[in-house]
Design a protein around this ligand. Structure first.
Ligand SMILES: Nc1ncnc2c1ncn2[C@@H]1O[C@H](COP(=O)(O)OP(=O)(O)OP(=O)(O)O)[C@@H](O)[C@H]1O
Ligand SMILES: O=P(O)(O)OC[C@H]1O[C@H](OP(=O)(O)OP(=O)(O)O)[C@H](O)[C@@H]1O
Ligand SMILES: [Mg+2]
Length: 282
């Protein structure tokens, strides 16, 4: 049975459960459940604090886990990223009152408040900057107003929390994060159960980003049309009853679907349809 760690709370937990559900796995019915078994899929899910997940996985007691890239790096655990999942995207940045600092070199001798001490201490050491780090559990934006630190380092998504606290980011982003799948560093990459789990999640990612497109076009326009819809391997082309016409079917990126439909129409394609993909294996 594959043992998988899933975030039990916070920004990662809802979207992770949704993705697992879309991939055909049973998920817990109420938020207090700590573990569930999905016997049909031979998987056991453990609901853990996102911050702890890389540590459990590195111990080898759990096979894989879903966490944030920033949390993996912060933990320093012996675990590695094997698949990015595209949700909970954020950057990790320094911020301060406007005019306080413009680059990391300005942090010398200052105090930085953060919930991600591992990332910040590592980044300061790599940059050769001598600054103090104070660990806070959350709401670190308030630490400057309350005099605990001159600078903070925190997760930034929309920037609303910083704006509300009258703070501004400075310097280069320390890192970019998103939800990821992790496993113990050097664990068997070919393990069939792990591979099957990853293929299912990849199927969800593709189903979310692609749509299926069908259209009819004249044979003379086929090469131009196929250049607009190259598909993954290559599009399916079938003859139509009307001579001189073919039907074409290909997957296209959902974001580009409307533009591609306009371009196909412009070269004479007709009956252009898109349909959602619910699941797939590539
Ligand atoms: N506003 C946000 N937008 C996108 N990702 C976020 C946001 N806040 C936190 N994250 C991501 O969520 C993960 C942290 O999860 P964690 O549960 O520790 O904190 P949280 O989501 O802020 O929840 P809480 O503060 O309620 O405990 C990190 O990977 C972080 O990058
Ligand atoms: O750029 P934004 O869109 O404002 O998002 C970033 C904020 O979201 C998270 O805070 P959360 O609400 O989880 O509170 P916390 O600081 O207590 O973790 C994070 O710690 C930032 O404060
Ligand atoms: Mg938070």
């Amino acid at each position: 049975m594959l043992r998988i760690a899933v975030p039990n709370k916070g920004s990662l937990s809802g979207p992770a459960a949704e993705m697992l559900h879309e991939a055909g796995y049973q998920q817990r019915r109420e938020s207090k459940e700590l573990r569930i078994v999905d016997p049909e899929n031979e998987v056991e899910f453990f609901y853990l604090r996102p911050r702890d997940i890389a540590i459990y996985v590195s111990s080898g007691r759990l096979d894989i886990g879903i966490t944030g890239r920033d949390l993996l790096i912060d933990s320093g655990a012996d675990a590695e990223e094997i698949l990015p999942l595209g949700f909970a995207r954020s950057t990790f940045r320094f911020a301060a009152k406007p005019g306080t600092a413009s680059g990391i070199e300005d942090l010398k001798g200052k105090t930085v408040a953060t919930s991600y001490e591992g990332i910040v201490a590592g980044h300061l050491a790599d940059s050769g900057v001598d600054a103090s780090v104070v660990h806070l559990d959350g709401a670190v934006e308030t630490a400057i107003e309350l005099g605990v630190a001159e600078v903070i380092a925190d997760v930034v998504e929309t920037g609303t929390s910083l704006r509300n606290a009258g703070l501004e980011v400075f310097g280069e982003p320390i890192m970019k994060s998103e939800a990821i799948v992790v496993r113990r560093t050097g664990a068997d990459a070919e393990e069939p159960k792990v591979q099957q789990f990853l293929r299912r999640l990849q199927g969800v990612l593709v189903a979310r980003t692609y749509v299926m497109m069908d259209y009819d076009c004249r044979v003379e326009q086929l090469e131009k049309a196929v250049a607009l819809t190259p598909g993954l391997e290559s599009p399916t082309v079938s003859p139509l009853h009307n001579e001189g016409w073919v039907a074409v079917r290909a997957m296209v990126p959902a974001k580009e679907a409307q533009r591609i439909m306009d371009d196909l129409y412009a070269i004479g394609a007709r009956a252009i349809l898109t349909t959602a993909i619910h699941a797939c294996r590539l």
